[in-house]
Design a binder for this molecule. Structure first.
Ligand code: TYD
Ligand code: MG
Length: 458
């Protein structure tokens, strides 16, 4: 039976395929994402490295104890914050995707990693489809890299890349970026779903069969997903996303998926003239510009993965009553903010109707856990009453609709962080207080209701 390529329409957002054109993707609902591509029935494994069979080539079952343990096979990337998000270092044979918007620092971090690895004697091959050798060299010089063993390859043809890999046998491969690389066996344009999937698939086979770690970088579309398909995220072992924006110097790398470690772990960096510098103590970074003696500001403790972080929540209540009070929240969920404002009105009798209320998490951070509720409420209350909250106070706790303060996870870690940074008083849910009474140098106050919290704050 001859297998001629057939035309299919592929959703560029989720990878859904259909024979007929569709205006709105029936799978993920994205509009206008259908692109005509050449479909080929599952490509035969093999071809790369002559006789490279697919991953599922082993047809015998293996006894569990006979499988080699991988745990010691981690290599440090030489960048502590990166090791942390990777789950403790680079795992042999892993395929890692680093995503982020253009200009956020993907190339910078991979080249810094490549430099430190090659200084430790590893052969690193850096494949760039976006920049010429000169451009890479310029960036390298700016970063002060020595990288004597670093091998550069400006190339976008996957088959040529694999040929070079076979020749130089690198210990680690970086492909910057996956969207620029194309595979000859697929006819659609680089960056399309079929291309990205095929390229990633072939690199995955290479990584697994040779136990060589492969790092890919990938652009993120306006909607925030990696351009090309979501399917890419399913193929790779680890997905790291760059967060942060152009207006701030800090960059956060978050593991949204990790087959070798905890997901949601973050690494914090600062973008400087000489590249990305790891920030060992992010709380300090996020608190360094706190205003003094101002109302409407309070510090809360949130968890990012396993790491507690102190952040400042700010609120501004205009005090000018108008027909329709505006509400705005930056860095915190809008609906949750409205809910908390309603709780303040109903349970504490605050007259907030008609006020413009703005809530902001300082430093451009995004908080998405209810543990920050008490912080948001405290900041709004402070601005409304125009009373300053003692800067040595930190708060956290979830707030319920009846005005009760509910316990949160990992209270220990949060309390310790506040203690470490020299806070003198911590207001937290009563149910979280157990075992924390004796923290040195910090008074831990448990509260059950918002009224109690207000008494402690003001
Ligand atoms: P880059 O890593 O090229 O971004 P990406 O690969 O994600 O598109 O980073 C480019 C940005 O980082 C650019 O705006 C300049 C800035 N930058 C610095 O501030 N300091 C540096 O040392 C480097 C190399 C880049
Ligand atoms: Mg780049």
């Amino acid at each position: 039976m001859a297998k001629h390529p057939t035309t299919v329409f592929v959703c560029q957002s989720c990878g859904h395929q259909a024979r007929k054109f569709f205006g709105v993707c029936p799978d993920c609902g994205a509009p206008g994402t259908a692109v005509e591509e050449q479909f080929r029935p599952t490509p035969q494994a093999g071809g790369i490295f002559g006789g490279f069979a697919g991953l599922a080539s082993r047809s015998e079952a293996v006894a569990f104890p006979d499988i080699e343990s991988q745990d010691d096979a981690r290599t440090s990337s030489g960048i502590e914050e990166l090791d942390r998000v990777l789950g403790g270092g680079i795992v042999a044979g892993s395929l890692v995707l680093i995503g982020g918007s253009p200009g956020i620092g993907k190339s910078t971090i991979v080249i810094q990693m490549a430099d430190s690895l090659s200084q430790n004697g590893m052969r690193v091959l850096y494949v760039s489809g976006e920049e010429s050798e000169r451009q890479i060299k310029m960036r390298g010089e700016r970063l002060g890299l020595s990288a004597e063993k670093l091998l550069l390859l400006p190339e976008t043809n996957l088959q040529s890349i694999l040929a070079v890999i076979e020749k130089v046998r690198p210990d680690l491969v970086i492909v910057d970026s996956i969207q620029t690389v194309f595979s000859e066996r697929i006819e659609s344009a680089p960056g399309s779903v079929s291309q990205v999937r095929d390229v990633a698939g072939q690199l995955m086979v290479f990584a697994k069969q040779t136990a060589t770690p492969v790092f890919l970088t990938g652009h993120v579309t306006k909607e925030g997903s990696i351009a090309g398909p979501k399917t890419l995220e399913h193929i790779v072992d680890t997905v790291l996303y760059f967060e942060g924006d152009r207006h701030h110097n800090h960059r956060i790398i978050r593991a949204t998926k990790n087959r070798f470690g905890a997901a949601n772990e973050i690494g914090v960096f600062e973008m400087t003239n000489s590249g990305l510098v790891p920030v060992g103590n992010p709380s300090e970074l996020f608190l360094q510009e706190r205003p003094e003696g101002a109302s409407g500001s309070v510090v809360t403790v949130c968890m990012e993965g396993t790491r507690p972080m102190l952040v400042e929540v700010q609120a501004l209540v205009s005090g000018v009553k108008s027909a329709s009070g505006r509400r705005m929240a930056q860095g915190f969920d809008y609906n949750r903010t409205s809910l908390l404002i309603a709780v303040l009105e109903k349970r504490l009798g605050f007259q907030l109707a008609g006020d413009d209320i703005f809530v902001n998490v300082a430093g451009g951070l995004e908080i998405d856990e209810p543990a920050a509720d008490l912080g948001v409420i405290a900041a709004i209350a402070s601005s409304f009453r125009n009373l300053q909250i003692d800067p040595a106070i930190a708060v956290f706790g979830e707030v319920g609709l009846t005005g009760e303060v509910r316990g949160v996870l990992q209270a220990q870690a949060r309390a310790r962080e506040a203690q470490t940074l020299g806070f003198k008083k911590l207001i937290l849910p009563e149910s979280n207080k157990k075992g924390l009474e004796k923290l040195l140098g910090i008074r831990v106050v448990g509260v059950r209701t918002l009224e109690q919290a207000m008494d402690e704050l003001f």
